[in-house]
Design a protein around this ligand. Structure first.
Ligand SMILES: Cc1cc2nc3c(=O)[nH]c(=O)nc-3n(C[C@H](O)[C@H](O)[C@H](O)COP(=O)(O)OP(=O)(O)OC[C@H]3O[C@@H](n4cnc5c(N)ncnc54)[C@H](O)[C@@H]3O)c2cc1C
Length: 400
């Protein structure tokens, strides 16, 4: 009889693990707390061995077809005057060769999974109980089920991780909040990623997409690292408070929130769980090793890690050996990808006009550097070298 898996979370990690498990003959159910696919978010990068993962899944051309067309990154002043430009073709630009909207990637991954995968929306896990023959699960809609393994792929704030590991799922708060939402495109918008530093301690972005809208992000420092769950109205109120008096396109963003129906907003935590599994339950993607957007590695790690986890499960007769091999092969790379230079992200924020001018002047110098580009500005970005990770080739191993 086929092995069964329950995966919590239809983001990047969930459908990737589902694809590879189903490809290896497993019966997979994937659940999502939201009522439909969450297609929000900005451009994300697919780098390193994650390029090989999507190629093996046969979706590289679909991904390239949905490129956002972003020209690069510009630091802008209150009136949108560019203070520094990092075009995509320049080494060290934050806009990479393979850039796609997070929502487009999620859509492609879900469509790529075999038809045997069952997707359920508007449901999440209430309780998990491990028995000899599997994990008994109760869902918050009153239904139940028993699965051979359970994968928590429900993101940075994974509640399934808490059910599995309790308080052991260690988190490092970065001292700041981020948000992502979509707003209408105006005539004055262009195809650059515009980065605005406000003297009120806010950093705001506007980025083009391939759908005729703009992707907005509002970021700010805060001591609050564990807010109660926020409703859509709470999120709008928090963002409007932060945008008040921030200058640039702040008033436009504040007004546009009126019609926004999905907002990602909250404190940024790096997830550093000492173990990624307990019994028959295991973590994947941000739930296991969220590096935060400050590294640009979240999606890359979710793709590689889920590929390894699913293929190790298929390659072993018992889950303990599979989970051990998953950590042995992937933990060191995931941990290295989380490394941030001292002072990041605080260095990027300003509380005065003087600091804003220093940041923009620094950006201008970094932009004129022939080699280092953006990376020399805050010392940010990924600390791993391109092609550093040696992706296991499971098909070749099977054929041998
Ligand atoms: C709406 C949204 C927008 C984002 N935008 C960006 C961005 O612009 N830039 C960036 O760098 N990163 C962004 N991220 C984070 C980025 O997607 C991840 O860092 C990375 O891709 C790893 O993916 P993941 O699948 O592990 O987690 P995620 O992509 O976060 O997916 C987790 C999924 O699990 C669901 N979920 C949460 N809790 C439960 C639960 N209890 N039960 C069932 N399902 C649950 C979530 O709704 C989500 O669909 C965004 C995430 C979300 C959810």
């Amino acid at each position: 009889m086929a092995q069964t898996a329950l995966i919590s979370g239809i983001g990047v990690a969930g459908p990737t693990a589902a694809y590879w498990l189903a490809h290896n003959g497993w019966k997979v159910t994937v659940i999502e707390r939201a009522d439909s696919l969450r297609l929000g978010g900005q451009n994300i990068d697919i780098t390193d061995a994650a390029r090989d993962v999507v190629s093996k899944m046969g979706i590289m051309d679909d991904i390239k077809d949905r490129h956002t067309g972003e020209k690069g990154l510009q630091f802008v002043d209150t009136d949108n005057t560019a203070k520094a430009s990092f075009p995509v073709e320049k080494k060290g630009s934050l806009t990479r060769e393979i850039e796609i909207l997070r929502g487009d990637l999620v859509d492609i991954l879900v469509n790529a999974t075999p038809k045997s995968v069952e997707y359920r929306f508007g449901v999440s896990i209430d309780t998990l109980e491990e028995k000899d023959n599997g994990v008994e699960v109760t869902f918050d809609d009153g239904t139940t089920g028993t699965f051979d393994i359970v994968i928590a792929a429900d993101g940075m704030n994974s509640s399934t991780r808490t059910l599995i590991l309790g308080e052991e799922g260690h988190e490092d708060y970065l001292g700041c909040w981020s948000s992502y939402f979509t707003v209408p495109r105006l005539e004055r918008d262009n195809d650059w990623w515009r980065w605005y530093t406000s003297p009120t301690g806010v950093i705001a972005f506007l980025r083009p997409d391939n759908q005729g809208t703009m992707r907005a992000s509002v970021n700010f420092l805060s001591d609050e690292n564990d807010p109660p769950r926020m409703s859509l109205a709470d999120k709008k109120a928090e963002l409007r408070k932060r945008l008040d008096g921030a200058g640039w396109e702040a008033e436009r963003l504040s007004d546009a929130l009126e019609d926004v129906d999905d907002i990602f907003l909250g404190p940024l935590h790096q997830i550093k769980s000492k173990t990624w599994s307990r019994g028959r339950c295991v973590l994947a993607g941000d739930a296991a090793h969220c590096p935060t957007p400050y590294t640009g590695m979240g999606t890359t790690l979710a793709l590689i890690g889920s590929y390894i986890l699913a293929n190790e499960l298929a390659a072993h007769t018992n889950h303990e050996d599979a989970f051990k091999a998953y950590e042995e092969k992937f933990r060191a790379f995931a941990e290295k990808s989380q490394k941030l230079p001292p002072g990041v992200p605080d260095l990027a924020y300003a509380q005065s006009r003087f600091k804003v001018s220093l940041i923009n002047a620094g950006a201008s110098i970094a932009a004129s550097s022939a080699v280092q580009g953006f990376a020399s500005l805050f010392g940010g970005g990924s600390k791993v070298d391109e092609d550093e990770f040696d992706l296991p080739d499971y098909e070749k191993a099977k054929a041998a």
